[in-house]
Design a protein around this ligand. Structure first.
Ligand code: SAH
Length: 421
């Protein structure tokens, strides 16, 4: 989502981008507030540009994204060299904002949610890139107890079907072969009687588009109509990212995730029954307030039961204004315990992921070649339908094509293979 927003920021400004901060006229730090660490990172990177301002008083320095939304005005007080604060919804207002700063020499905060032209600015697309994100939704209507997203990104607004298809077609005209629809709870998308499954079917009709991915799905909003679309539409990739967060019903209840462990398992089963080779990945939070050893064991047993292809796992991080952050002190899980749980979980999952990757050895997978690998121009990088990064020997001119690759080696984060005839 942030990558998408950064590329929208780049397009909102009618300016050339530079990698060298010393020659920039405007520096914008786009930020994430999902966990405390991300939030701290935003402050430390801003600090790095302070000295540039003393050399170049005309330099404009701004902060955008969720940290900007969260702290607003306070950021200007805390950082005298900061010129503007821009919330994630307000990106279309950026050009106006820069003009105000230049003309009136006024420091500005723009954090309104109510932006009519919300989806108007589409992201910068690097020439030659064969994959792209397409935003289908902004904000979130769920109220997970730990999550800051609804506060900083506002309520859910769904983008009209026609606009999504237009952006997709434009990208395909520029050489894109795979789009990933993005939204906080992407499968909750609905518009004018259309549901998410209809969006998948409609996008599949875009000529020369080879693949469709989507992220992140909210378990409770998976419907039969969506499962049927995933099953029936060959362009839809065989991978779903489906955050479960915990395997304990007590914790899921406190998190307000609106489903039980059994319900989640059943949804995964239905998805796998419909599309037998479906890869499933997830997100897990350990050390949620009140999480007991027993609760954690339930999470471990769920990982064992489901056999996820991969899992992103995090220590609970209290976020300002969320109900989970206001829990009684005695419920806090100490650092040592959550650290131990995280490492047990990651060690376990590592084995499962390795086993799954090795099991692909000998199989022929369809891989969309994305381009030469950074380290070796003779090696192409792409991804299988299941979202596994795959490296294989091949000419750069094959980029953008879906190729048959025989897998020869399964590593933790990637596969190796060779072109198959
Ligand atoms: N709506 C998106 C949210 C992305 S955040 C989605 O459902 O994927 C990605 C992951 O960060 C979440 O799934 C969750 O596992 C984790 N996360 C969110 N808030 C957190 C917090 N306060 N502490 C620790 N992890 C958190």
């Amino acid at each position: 989502m942030n990558e998408y927003d950064s590329n929208r920021i780049r397009n909102a400004l009618d300016a050339e981008a530079t990698d060298n901060p010393a020659e920039a006229d405007i520096i914008i730090i786009n930020t994430c507030a999902i966990r405390d660490k991300a939030d701290q990172k935003a402050f430390s990177s801003l600090g790095k540009y302070k000295h540039l301002k003393s050399n170049n008083p005309g330099l404009i320095v701004g902060i955008s994204g969720c940290v900007a939304q969260l702290y607003g005005e306070k950021l200007l007080e805390r950082m005298p060299y900061l010129d503007f604060v821009l919330g994630p919804r307000a990106i279309p207002r950026l050009p106006e904002l820069i003009k105000t700063i230049e003309n009136e020499k006024q420091r500005t905060v723009e954090t309104s949610y109510d932006i009519e032209e919300l989806f108007d600015i589409e992201p910068y697309h690097s020439p030659g890139k064969v994959t792209a994100f397409v935003s289908v939704q902004q904000g979130c209507n769920k109220r997970c107890s730990y999550c800051i997203v609804p506060r900083v990104r506002g309520d859910e607004i769904n983008r009209p079907l026609g606009d999504i298809l237009r952006e997709t077609r434009n990208l395909v005209d520029k050489g894109v072969r795979e789009v990933t629809f993005i939204g906080q709870t992407v499968n909750s998308w609905k518009e004018n009687g259309y549901k998410f499954g209809d969006l998948l079917r409609a996008a599949a009709n875009v000529e020369n588009l080879e693949r469709i991915r989507f992220t992140t799905s909210y378990p409770r909003d998976i419907t039969s109509r969506m499962i049927e679309a995933v099953r029936d539409v060959p362009k839809v990739c065989r991978h779903i990212h489906l955050p479960v967060q915990s395997g304990s019903n007590a914790v899921l209840g406190k998190m307000k995730r609106t489903y039980t462990r059994e319900w989640y398992s059943d949804i995964v089963k239905r998805l796998r029954d419909a599309a037998p080779d479906m890869a499933v990945s997830t997100d897990i939070i350990v050390g949620y307030p009140g999480e007991t050893e027993r609760d954690f064991e339930d999470t471990m047993s769920l990982l064992e039961e489901i056999q996820f292809d991969s899992a992103f796992s995090f220590k609970f991080s209290p976020r300002p204004g969320t109900t989970a952050a206001a829990c009684p002190a005695e419920e806090t899980v100490d650092e040592e315990t959550s650290g131990r749980r995280l490492s047990l979980l990651q060690t376990f999952q590592r084995d499962v992921t390795m086993r799954k990757n090795r099991a692909r050895v000998g199989q022929v997978e369809e891989v969309l070649a994305e381009g030469p690998s950074k380290n070796d121009p003779g090696i192409l990088t792409g991804r299988t339908s299941h979202n596994r990064i795959t490296h294989f020997r091949g000419a750069g001119t094959l980029s953008g094509r879906v190729l048959r690759v025989r897998i020869t080696e399964g590593l933790f984060n990637s596969l190796r293979g060779e072109l198959s005839v």
